[in-house]
Design a protein around this ligand. Sequence first.
Ligand code: TYM
Length: 335
Amino acid sequence: MSEEQKKVILTCAQPSGNLHLGNYFGAVKNWRSYLEQGECFFGIANMHAITMPYVPANLRKSVYDLVAIYISCGLDPERCHIFLQSQVQGHTDLAWILACLCPLGQLERMTQYKQKSAKQGDSVGAGLLYYPALMAADILIYNADAVPVGEDQRQHVELTRDLAIKFNNTYSDTFKVPELHIPTTGARIKSLQDPDKKMSKSDSNQAGCVYLLDEPSVIRKKIGSAVTDSGCEVVASEDKPGISNLLSIMAACTGKSVSELEKEFAGQNYGVFKAAVADEVVKLLAPIQAKYKEVSADKAFLDKVLADGAEAAQRRVNRLMGKVYRKVGFNELVR
Ligand code: TYM
């Protein structure tokens, strides 16, 4: 397959603390399958991470943690490009150009903006509003064919598609309109403590969030104290969000369908079921945690992964950005 025919897959996660089960099932686990399908760019979106209050030293450390987690989850850096957003020039340049094309109302209507800004009151920074334009730039600047994400990023990828079309209509054909890829299982893992909300790193109740690096005893405790519903049958239904969520987690861990699991646990009580879910999660995470221990200890290796990733990403970005600058009417530097 020639370079031009290869599909390009692009996606990112924010380095705000460790990844949790939602990030794993909705995203990283699924990203692995793309290694076979084309050229993959897996980014670490540290520029997005500063749209919420943060501590600079923690951010710097979290980047290394995330590179190590990506690799531990099977994203082999020999087969994909793992890059840090701030180490590739062009993302924010394109974000500005796209923001100038993007109606303000569309940004104000983004669910994530509404939720996150509500938590910050008057101190909300303009970067949070502008966030989806940066995310669109992350994707379009690679001319990506596909963007695999969890359900919560659907709206942002749809906006990206709108902006690609708008740019192409305004300035002539430039960007591919990327496909949104959402996995069939695990695309929306909920908080164990409030199963009406998604599992999230920023949840004030951290007992609802199982991190990939949690100790087995912590995992058992969190799953054992997950909020369940009235009744005692292990079945998925709208009025049983807690058990439905645990069934989705179990299905994502085992590869079994929810209806198979309902049959397997028919007649069992919630306690037995929760213990079985915890066992599966612990079993799933054990090799990831072991690999993390080994990889995270080698900082020089992680730096090399990022340096190689940045080089490959920059090469691809440069190819497109020259074209974009010409099309929007920016002058070339003539000496
Ligand atoms: P982030 O860091 O919040 O999440 C990383 C990935 O994990 C998925 N995810 C979930 N999936 C299922 N259940 C959950 N509870 C859950 N929580 C998170 C997300 O959908 C995502 O796929 N804006 C992005 C980062 C980003 C990006 C990009 C993504 C920046 N630029 C360009 C794709 C393309 C974010 O905050 O993801």
